[in-house]
Design a protein around this ligand. Structure first.
Ligand SMILES: Nc1ncnc2c1ncn2[C@@H]1O[C@H](COP(=O)(O)OP(=O)(O)O)[C@@H](O)[C@H]1O
Ligand SMILES: [Mg+2]
Length: 324
């Protein structure tokens, strides 16, 4: 668990890059920092591995304040992936990936196995690729090596600063998919910086939206898109995405979320609707009839299930029922 507690960074020239930021990243979660260029994403991230010092506040990792930790030791336990990849050109892929495990004093057979396992993990045949030099790989392949180099030595935390933004759109999408799959298996604690909303919505457990050094909203992708906390977040997500998300959700068929009938529900005089109705219709009926339940029925009129108001609100993920 990484915890920021009222963290501020003011550079020597007076620039306040990060302004009273607090958030937590739970173990095994992928959290994205997103916001326009210059909003303080990189500065926030670099404070975690002490590449940048804090001006005030504190950062703890699993309860230990990082100010008490040796930076070199800390960085060996935090993988770091950057946009420019940062592979060493005069070293083979194997040497690049094995760097941290070697520094950690792993035995040769252990780090060699680690390199092979990691190459397999991103679909690069070890015997073909480990003796190559970085420039003998495509941009997408190099960035895969950048990712596995950060995983080498099994650090519990990975920091990724716009790792895919220099790639062509197809490679970018592939790497996002691979990262999602990888994260399912390895469950690292990942802090991921991006300015691409599609990327953030696709890969994150939680998204932290920043502007001018301040946090604007911290939410799951689903909540963010349905309940942007202010006009900035709404415009950053994009009016179209917000509208589309509301439309998709509110058009889902009632039958997809209905509960099994009970005798008790059937006895009440509850309004009825076809179970093929979109959730939008169910919400409208609840509002106009002031009922807090709707019974659903098949085409032949037989009751098939029901929806409660609380549950409907949950399904609509906070969309205001009045607006749909
Ligand atoms: N070393 C520095 N000295 C002074 N200002 C800096 C320094 N590094 C970054 N900044 C400023 O801090 C702000 C946040 O930068 P940064 O964290 O790199 O933003 P982002 O990664 O969101 O694009 C920007 O205004 C940037 O110009
Ligand atoms: Mg940056």
């Amino acid at each position: 668990m990484i915890t920021f507690d009222h963290v501020t960074k003011q550079f020597e020239d007076g620039t306040i890059a990060v302004d009273d930021v607090s958030f937590s990243v739970a173990k095994g979660k992928l959290v994205t920092l997103i916001g326009p260029s210059g909003c303080g994403k990189t500065t926030t991230m670099k404070m975690i591995n002490k590449l940048i010092s804090l001006s005030s506040g504190s950062i703890t990792i699993d309860g230990t304040d990082i100010s008490e930790q040796d930076p070199v030791e800390l960085r060996r336990n935090i993988g770091y992936v950057i946009q420019r990849i940062g592979l060493l050109p005069h070293m083979t892929i194997e040497e690049n990936v094995a760097l941290v495990p070697k520094l950690k004093g792993w035995k040769k057979e252990d780090y060699q196995k680690e390199v092979d396992d990691l190459l397999d993990l991103v679909g690069l045949e070890p015997s073909t690729y480990k003796k190559r030099y970085p420039l003998e790989l495509s941009g997408g392949q190099q960035q895969r090596i950048g990712v596995i180099r950060a995983l080498a030595g099994k650090p519990p935390i990975i920091l990724m600063d716009e790792p895919f933004s220099a790639l062509d759109p197809i490679s970018r999408e592939q790497l996002q998919d691979e990262l999602k799959l990888l994260q399912k298996n390895i469950q690292k604690t990942i802090v991921f910086v991006t300015h691409d909303m599609d990327e953030a919505l696709k890969i994150s457990d939680e998204v932290i939206v920043m502007k001018d050094g301040c946090v604007q909203q911290i939410a799951t992708p689903d909540t963010l898109i349905h309940q942007p906390s202010n006009a900035f977040v709404r415009s950053f997500i994009g009016e179209d995405r917000v509208k589309q998300a509301i439309e998709t959700t509110s058009k889902r068929q009632a039958s997809s979320v209905m509960l099994p009938l009970t005798a008790e529900v059937l006895q009440e005089s509850t309004p009825r609707l076809p179970d093929s109705s979109p959730l939008q219709e169910v919400a409208k009926m609840m509002l106009t009839s002031k009922a807090n339940k709707i019974i659903l029925m098949a085409a032949d009129g037989e009751a098939t299930g029901w929806i409660a108001k609380d549950q409907l609100l949950k399904e609509l993920a906070g969309i205001d029922m009045e607006v749909i």
